[in-house]
Design a binder for this molecule. Sequence first.
Ligand SMILES: [Zn+2]
Length: 336
Amino acid sequence: MQLFPWFEAIANRFLKNKAQLAHAWLLTGAQGIGKFQLGQFLAASLLCEQPSALGHACGVCQACHWVDSGTHPDLKYVYPAALHTQLFPEQEPADKEQKSQEIRIEQLRALDDWFYASTQRAGFRVVIFYPAHQINGVTANALLKILEEPMPRTVFFLISSQAPLMLPTIRSRCQIMRLNSPTKEQALSWLAAQEVSHAEQWLAAYDGAPLTAWHAAQIDERPIPEWLERLVMALQERQRAGVYALLPIIEPLAFEHLLTALQRLLMDIQYCQFTIEARHYVQLQGQLQQLAQRSSPQAVAFLLNQLTQSQSTAHHPFNQKLRVHRLLDQLYGAFA
Ligand SMILES: [Zn+2]
């Protein structure tokens, strides 16, 4: 379990008061800064048999080994099945049938027996609930019921980058732990320690979120996807055919990732319209500048707003071909 340097102060404050902890915590903050890992670290520290003077998990005792291998009997994870590989890459992949994007009510019901059994070591029992906003109405009500009847020495970590989407009644049951994003220096020095080259470009492209940047750097070759560079070039040269030639590359991408990349692109164009430098795709500054002059701030803001709205339905099984096609139409139209 690692504790990211940017969370050290808040983790220490939390563990200092572990004798009188609130039973439910809402960890909120930007995406990709390590909130889930902080939840794991705090859980490990509560369960550790020989924590350090600061209360940190020792990493070597039986409990710490169990937490590391995901088998601690007093630690439960509740998350959408579709996130299994992302959260636990070293474990067996989840059942192919179980690709749910939401936390299901059965997962909460399964906690019931566990609550009433005694803890393994007469210590804490911890539930990590992630992401806490990805939950339907029925499941949210079941969660609310559980939170309304706190159980002794049981701690819930609800983790979300979209806390405003959660039921206010659930939020109000939780102690809020607001997590600040790392400074650029902290993020860059962490990425350097992970041996990510061109860390600054990766970090910029992923909006200052070190974990997302690191993850992307493992999979992709370049901080700016090739399709995005080609798209910008085709838009700049007003080549309609060049824009639509990207369809076969763009279509298979996860729609939310596609939207996120385009949102960042449009934000950069917006920055250029207000004579500020691009923030995400700095290397494309020259081309973005030209696109910025070719459209009005209103048109770009309108498009950006549409993309933001599409994010909320990104997981819906709409016709992918159709919606990607429409996106390209809109983009081309805005800069033609
Ligand atoms: Zn330990």
